[in-house]
Design a protein around this ligand. Structure first.
Ligand SMILES: C[S@@+](CC[C@H](N)C(=O)[O-])C[C@H]1O[C@@H](n2cnc3c(N)ncnc32)[C@H](O)[C@@H]1O
Length: 314
């Protein structure tokens, strides 16, 4: 964030009795921010959660910082080869960073920060989950959250492990994972493997919003930045969808903006179409982007893989 945006956001959050919890995360790495320590200090009463790749734990964390953080969600998507190829991370260094956090907690008699692991699963790394559980069993982990891949290009499209219809292979695999985690004393949170009727937006249902690095108020991670998705083989452009900027209006004014309220009502009440199981999807011109759904609601959430519980963003 630019400093003026950061100052505005932090001031508004601190002064609002209605904001109970803050997640420092998104598409970037929060520990890289020059304001990370200041942010934790300023917002220490706001039930802070941090989503991180943990690569900077040893370099950046101190007792004064960690005691003010409620939880860390750390991304680990595989063992040595996967982590190096996929993220350029040396697995043993990463594990030693988790040890460092546990050391700080132990030395200071702290229960928090709780440590959750997020594993984005695909055909490329599914087998790594078993040895990873063996390593994590002794690392004081609260939850291992498995989330599916949202392919961002056609090359990744075949790597997904969820399907529109019956998915016996993955049900059996998740059963094996559950048994293994049970033996290791680990708690797993597993995603759906088949398309279900139920849809639920965690952002809308938990009264959450997302503030981008330039101060835009957007509904969620997915609509926070331009990007691409491939949904069951169909390419889709995603654009940022902003309800306004915190420099011009307060977070609460933007939250109460009639456009945003109406959007949340539609999503909460599921008054939106469902593209993945629509008979017309292969001929529809509206599914190529998120501009509008076929009932005129903008942005379109009808193809959202988060609402189907295929993908989790903690
Ligand atoms: C984009 S990362 C950014 C936060 C932090 N720097 C990190 O590496 O975890 C936030 C979360 O999104 C997940 N993620 C990244 N790319 C994804 C994709 N294509 N599909 C599903 N989840 C993805 C990550 O594994 C992580 O849990």
């Amino acid at each position: 964030m630019y400093e003026n945006v950061w100052e505005t956001v932090v001031k508004q959050i601190k002064e609002s009795a209605e904001i109970h919890s803050v997640v420092l995360g998104g598409m970037g790495e929060p520990l890289l921010s020059p304001f990370f320590e200041k942010t934790v200090n300023e917002l220490r009463d706001k039930n802070l959660h941090v989503t991180s790749n943990a690569t900077l734990f040893r370099a950046k964390l101190t007792t004064d910082i960690v005691k003010n953080i409620h939880s860390f969600v750390v991304s680990i998507d595989g063992m040595q080869e996967q982590m190096y190829q996929g993220r350029g991370v040396v697995f043993d260094d990463l594990i030693s960073n988790l040890d460092f956090l546990n050391y700080l907690k132990k030395m200071n008699n702290l229960d928090n920060p709780f440590l959750d692991i997020q594993f984005v699963v695909s055909r490329k790394n599914i087998q790594d989950i078993f040895p990873l559980m063996d390593v994590l069993a002794s690392k004081n982990i609260r939850n291992i959250v498995i989330s599916h891949l949202v392919p961002q290009n056609e090359n990744q499209a075949g790597d997904i492990l969820y399907s529109r219809y019956e998915n016996k292979e993955m049900k059996e695999m998740f059963h094996k994972i559950k048994i293994h985690s049970f033996k290791r004393g680990l708690r797993m949170i597993l995603p759906e493997v088949e398309l279900k009727t139920e849809r639920k937006c965690a952002f809308v249902d938990e009264d959450s919003t997302f503030i981008t690095s330039s101060g835009e108020i957007v509904p969620c991670y997915r609509l926070s930045h331009p990007g691409r998705e491939v949904i069951f083989g169909r390419p889709k452009s995603i654009r940022q969808y902003s309800f306004g900027n915190v420099i011009n209006k307060t977070i609460l004014q933007l939250w109460d903006d009639s456009r945003y309220v109406s959007f949340r009502n539609k999503i909460h009440n599921n008054h939106i179409p469902s593209c993945p199981d629509c008979d017309l999807v292969d001929g529809c011109g509206l599914v190529h982007d998120t501009e509008f759904d076929c009932e005129g609601v903008s942005p379109s959430c009808s193809d959202c893989m988060w609402s189907r519980k295929f993908v989790f963003c903690s």
